[in-house]
Ligand binder design. Structure first.
Ligand code: G6P
Length: 366
């Protein structure tokens, strides 16, 4: 039964709507309210081994790489350990330095992506330790890793990743919480994250409730020659994934930039023909983000803002509002409207939504 579209027009839309349930499964049995932490049975690393880790390097391809960028931010913020995500497809070609006190994490929905598997093999050949964040149980990458976290998101059929992306970020939030509580994260902050994670499925449902309005906006923006996606710090990986999704399934050209970089080049592109999707969460960077919107509007750019309250009319043409989470978890909710935006843009342009041209669900060759 999970292999039909269950009445939805496409697998992609079905999988977008499966996210609250997928998140519940990724969280299931892993949150510990008493000690304000997370339990991850498959890590195969005890507290002493975890405390010796000085760096985290995350590897994945496509959406898995962008989910890894959100994961890296969560680990740095909650566990205060330097963390980076890089494309697994590049890794083995640059003779990477493998360090004993770095934890490597391979991310893959399918567990079969050749580039990611080859990165894992390169790390292991050089004596490194790799965890897998994988959806498919018993897959090649899962078997090759020393331990890891299964997503339990359920089968993902549509080529573009939605529920596996969200569940991957949830898995990183659990890892960051677990790691953080072994290091310096306070019980109060731990409780804050536990409560934030528990609230997410209901909050994702709230965003999905705005589907009809988002579909209208998507049809309006789908005719653009291209779109710019911008965000600062936590918003930047959201922008990257949003641009990727739009490109993959609607074939509308999209670029993602850190909002702060706009003035260092891409501002030259801003015109009425190139609308901007701006991630403007209600966090410590809100004022800076609003200033950037003013700079875009001053160049006659159109702005669709995604955030927690609608900017003044002179700063944004449209706004999509999402429920507020904890600041560290906000990116997860900001990403949901971008999935619907890409989906309905692709529908408006009559694209092959579940099987976009030139792409495969899992690239198992070099
Ligand atoms: C392919 C798909 C992407 C996906 C990537 C990684 O390129 O088209 O949508 O993000 O593979 O897939 P994985 O199964 O390793 O997460």
């Amino acid at each position: 039964a999970s292999y039909d579209t269950a009445g939805y027009e496409h697998f992609l839309l079905k999988e977008i709507h499966e996210q609250p349930a997928a998140v519940e499964r990724t969280l299931s049995g892993r949150l510990d309210e008493r000690f304000a932490t997370a339990h991850l049975g498959g890590l195969n690393l005890d507290a002493r081994e975890l405390r010796e880790i000085r760096r985290v390097k995350i590897l994945g391809c496509g959406s898995a790489y962008y989910a890894g960028e959100m994961g890296a931010q969560l680990i740095e913020e909650l566990a205060r350990i330097p963390a980076h995500s890089e494309p697994a497809s590049e890794f083995r070609y640059r003779n990477p330095v493998i360090e004993a006190d770095t934890l490597y994490v391979a991310v893959s929905q399918s567990g079969e992506t050749y580039d990611t598997l080859a990165a894992v093999q390169e790390i292991k050949r050089k004596g490194g330790r790799v965890l897998g964040v994988v959806n498919t149980v018993g897959s090649a990458i899962a078997r090759e890793c020393d331990g890891g976290i299964y997503l339990h998101a359920g089968p993902e059929i549509s080529v573009a990743s939605t529920k596996a992306f969200t569940s991957t970020v949830i898995a990183f939030a659990l890892l960051a919480l677990h790691f953080g509580r072994i290091n310096d994260l306070s019980p109060a902050d731990g409780r804050r994250i536990v409560a934030g994670l528990k609230a997410l499925p209901g909050q994702i449902r709230e965003v999905l409730g705005q589907e009809a309005e988002i579909a209208k906006l998507a049809a309006e923006y789908a005719g653009s020659a291209g779109m710019m996606f911008i965000g600062r710090v936590r918003g930047y990986p959201v922008a990257r994934e949003g641009a990727q999704k739009l490109k993959e399934i609607s074939y509308v050209h999209a670029e993602a930039y850190p909002a702060s970089e706009l003035k260092h080049g891409p501002l030259a592109l801003i015109s009425p023909e190139l609308p901007t999707v701006a991630l403007v969460p209600d966090d410590e960077l809100l004022d800076k983000n609003l200033t950037t919107l003013g700079e875009i509007k001053a160049r006659s750019g159109r702005v669709l803002a995604i955030g927690h309250r609608a900017p003044e009319a002179k700063l944004a043409d449209h706004a999509i509002l999402v429920p507020k989470s904890e600041p560290e978890l906000d990116p997860l909710l900001l990403n949901i409207p971008l999935q619907l935006l890409a989906y309905y843009a692709a529908v408006a342009l009559e694209r092959d939504v579940d099987k976009p041209r030139n792409l495969a669900k899992s690239v198992t060759v070099e």
